[in-house]
Design a protein around this ligand. Structure first.
Ligand code: NDP
Length: 461
């Protein structure tokens, strides 16, 4: 075999790319990485991490309001200093960027601050900001370039911002219009509402959060409305016009008009493939540019691989991390004494950080009914203990879906405080194939909301 510069060359320094580079280097591979932006990708820079920080920030609003019921007297109405929040977020993200850089240095990965482009099946050209270009050869090339927000074209679409822009808006948007009822739209609506904005969310379909359990969708929508988000379904934007005072005049398709300081489009994401030179090398792409891969993350060019958001399967950081480890095991062998990892897309838990948040693992009621026919649904919605004194009218939903034939719990859903934290633990139980009888045999932790999952006795359906 021809001698090449690297065993693995990774394009993209996000969650998947960094994990693959680091793990491959730990197996003794010579690894290069090109990233043209800041290390950490979407998750660290404009996704999970800043989003969760702002969500924490937003939850203080409820805490201030609810503390009165517990006897606290707050002398002055609290106000948000947007500049401070932004500065503290920026400092934390820089710290994480540095940690990611350090991971590459410590793993002896050659990290290039450059844009990578495929030249042929084993060659990558890297171009730095000042235009300098170099070519590197590699036995394997991994594309882990992630995704970017997608905004449909319509009159005034250039006036919309995306989730990439939201964390660093120069001025806090007092009136925010969010378009899209998916993860990002719903999270941003809740977060900016909590931070003090007047938020309208416009969604084109019947109910937000398509794909989630129907009851979870309805419950979350109700809670968001109760909290004060103006949520409008069967509604879409016709056009956006700029006003002289810098605001946006938005006309909806039903003729209604709105004034907003910022219009956020959260209408999905597309594979980040521009300038990668994929067609020239013969890397096949699916609709909207996503790179086609087989079950081993191999593209139509056998030495080129892709994983994470750029393949558009499940756009979640932990999925990209898992995919990266599966690929490295396959290319460079598993860790000593351990079997090669396999990717399993069943029972992947996920959370939506709405206020209140959603945690979910396994099948929705509808999916379970289709797959198993006979199912039992156990559910409870209640006022959490905390809110007996807080004065909040927020409720919590917990729900279990059980396959009647085997008694296995095949779906578990929660809408309520800490749902993500709680469902992570239960995801292990589902992964182990836990039955409803085993849930029932588990002693609850009292008093918690999570104990409801092990005390659901009578099926609702
Ligand atoms: P989603 O696909 O989740 O949601 C997109 C939303 O925009 C849907 O409501 C969709 O409607 C709507 N939409 C799409 N196209 C148009 C259009 N042309 N006009 C009007 N509305 C439109 O994408 P997101 O951008 O919210 O998030 C992308 C992915 O990122 C998520 O799927 C998720 O995998 C990941 N993510 C995960 C998070 C987490 O784990 N907490 C947080 C944020 C993102 P419809 O339903 O009718 O198609």
């Amino acid at each position: 075999m021809a001698s090449r510069d690297f065993d693995l060359f990774v394009i993209g320094g996000g969650s998947g790319g960094v994990r693959a580079a680091r793990m491959a280097a730990a197996r003794g591979a010579r690894v290069g990485m090109a990233e043209s932006g800041r290390m950490g990708g979407t998750c660290v820079n404009v996704g999970c991490i800043p989003k969760k920080l702002y969500s924490y920030g937003a939850h203080y609003a409820e805490a201030f309001a609810e503390s009165a019921g517990y006897g606290w007297r707050i002398a002055q109405a609290p106000t948000l200093d947007w500049a401070t929040l932004k500065a503290h977020r920026a400092r934390e993200i820089t710290r994480l960027n540095d940690i990611y850089e350090g991971l590459m240095t410590n793993a002896k990965v050659l990290r290039l601050q450059a844009h990578g482009r495929l030249i042929d099946a084993h060659t990558v050209e890297v171009v730095t900001d000042d235009g300098g270009a170099q070519r590197h050869t590699a036995r394997h090339i991994l594309i882990a370039t992630g995704g970017r927000p997608f905004v449909p074209e319509f009159p005034g679409s250039e006036l919309a911002v995306t989730s990439d822009d939201m964390f660093d808006l120069p001025a806090f948007p007092r009136r925010l219009l969010v378009v899209g009822g998916g993860y990002i739209g719903c999270e941003m609506a809740s977060i900016f509402h909590g931070l003090g904005a007047q938020v309208t969310l416009v969604y084109r379909g019947e109910q937000i959060l398509r794909g989630f359990d129907e009851e979870v969708r309805v419950f979350t929508a109700d809670e968001m409305r109760k909290a004060g988000v103006d949520l409008r379904v069967n509604s879409d934007v016709a056009r956006i016009e700029p006003a002289a005072d810098g605001t946006r005049q938005v006309t909806l398709k039903n003729g209604d008009t709105l004034t907003a300081d910022v219009v956020l489009y959260a209408t999905g994401r597309r594979a980040n493939v521009e300038g990668l030179g994929l067609p020239a090398v013969g890397v096949r792409q699916a609709a909207h540019g996503a790179i086609e891969v087989d079950e081993h993350f191999t593209t139509s060019v056998p030495s080129v691989y892709a994983l994470g958001d750029v393949v558009g399967r499940l756009e979640l950081t932990p999925v990209a991390l898992a995919e990266a480890m599966v690929l490295v095991d396959r290319l460079f062998g598993p860790e000593p004494g351990k079997p090669a990892r396999q990717m399993d897309y069943d029972n992947i838990p996920t959370a939506v950080f709405t206020h209140p948040p959603i945690g979910t693992v396994g099948l929705s009621e509808q999916q379970a009914r289709e797959r198993f026919g006979a199912i039992q649904v156990f559910r409870s919605d209640f006022k959490p203990l905390k809110h007996t004194l807080s004065g909040s009218s927020e409720r919590t939903l917990v729900k279990l879906i059980v396959d009647a034939a085997t008694d296995r719990v095949v779906g578990l859903h929660m809408v309520g405080q800490d749902a993500g934290e709680i469902v992570q633990g239960f995801a292990v139980a589902l992964k182990c194939g836990a039955t409803k009888a085993q849930f029932d045999a588990t002693i609850g932790i009292h008093p918690t909301s999570a104990e409801e999952f092990v005390t659901l006795r009578t099926p609702a359906r």
